[in-house]
Design a protein around this ligand. Sequence first.
Ligand SMILES: Cc1cc2nc3c(=O)[nH]c(=O)nc-3n(C[C@H](O)[C@H](O)[C@H](O)COP(=O)(O)OP(=O)(O)OC[C@H]3O[C@@H](n4cnc5c(N)ncnc54)[C@H](O)[C@@H]3O)c2cc1C
Length: 406
Amino acid sequence: MLDGEAGEGRLIAAGSDVLEPDAVHEVLVVGAGLIGSSIAWLLSKAGCRVVLIDAGSFGGEASAAGAGMLAPGGEYREPSPAARFAIESLAMYPTFVRQLEKESGLSIDYRKCGAIELAYERERWRELRKRADVQRRFGISAQWLCLSSLSAVAPGLNLEGLRGALYYPDDACVAPGDLLRALRAVCEREGVKILENSPVESIDAERGLVMVRVREQRISGRNLVLAAGAWCSQIPVSRSGVTTHIPESFPVKGHLVGYQLLPGSLRPILRNGHHYVVQRKSGFTIAGSSEEQCGFDRSVNPERISEIRNAAGSIYSPISMLEPTREWTGFRPGSERQGPTLGRVSGTNVWLAYGHYRNGILLTPATAHLVSRQILSASYKSQEAGSLVLAASIESGREMGTNERA
Ligand SMILES: Cc1cc2nc3c(=O)[nH]c(=O)nc-3n(C[C@H](O)[C@H](O)[C@H](O)COP(=O)(O)OP(=O)(O)OC[C@H]3O[C@@H](n4cnc5c(N)ncnc54)[C@H](O)[C@@H]3O)c2cc1C
């Protein structure tokens, strides 16, 4: 018998809850990363009975791999709906973390640590100053830093050849592993049924009902949220038996390198182009990263590691003398769309929540609130059985254009 499977054709969730084959659940969430589990949490708090299904273990993919920078300052250069969404999500973080800590009883390493963006060439410094002028106008605080103050703000920072530095005071960082532990605890507390090692093989939506196949067995729900990160478009979705196209998702592999330093030895995030250094409260210090489109190849490439070590060591001297204690990779969920795919597949109760690429940790609170609100506002309270039944007939939220193939 496999994990997640009980005898006599029944599936068994963590905590030994058996999923009865004929039961119709209120919401099925496919993918227990930060996105899926935070949506499951908010929906279950609102009274929905939720089943959270993952192909592997809870939070075992991109969400656990990520560096945990919450840094619109380094990501958004122009005003756009995506930038607004990211700024909103960053602003939601303190409350999101406080609430998770309170309800789970677990502590989360979250800090508004600020970020320093470095320029070692004149041209790059000119670009950064222009960028800061634009960012300030759409709500990202950015300040020029006096170079003489830098050694006090970030001891160990390489000042040689430095032309200028911008400070983003609102950028923050979080340990995604802490978030995942807390999310699992609150999901369990709210009665979410967690089904691990259970890859969803297909999704079929009929009017008012969505069915998934998991190892030749069927689970039914009134609504389904597809939050399987880089894997989403590998899962066939059909509407009344007809294949429905959803925006393509794909993996963008990233390498990261970890070092053990003294706790508190580096406060702000340091960034130079695609390279960065960020420290956890424990002193564990992460250097990143690479961006590679090479499918789902999990291997650690020594050349990429060496590039990251050199680049990170050239901006932050303490790690140039150290051997890493950990090297790892993860798959950012890329998408054919610019920005995350959030919305409903038209004519169905299938909701999409993926494609957060390199900002999924930052975008978790705003995504969880938006998607759960959309699902709840498409719902009504059933007097029968005293439970929340989600109605197919009430349209709400954004509908995704679909492209059907016979
Ligand atoms: C190297 C690296 C550095 C990063 N740094 C940052 C950062 O500093 N800040 C930031 O904001 N973001 C960062 N990210 C991005 C961030 O980690 C992701 O955007 C985010 O974790 C995506 O969360 P998710 O829940 O959508 O996906 P995932 O965490 O990948 O979760 C998807 C889940 O779906 C499951 N699944 C897949 N197929 C199926 C199936 N058929 N059936 C059921 N379940 C399935 C998987 O097992 C997985 O658990 C980084 C990512 C990487 C790789």
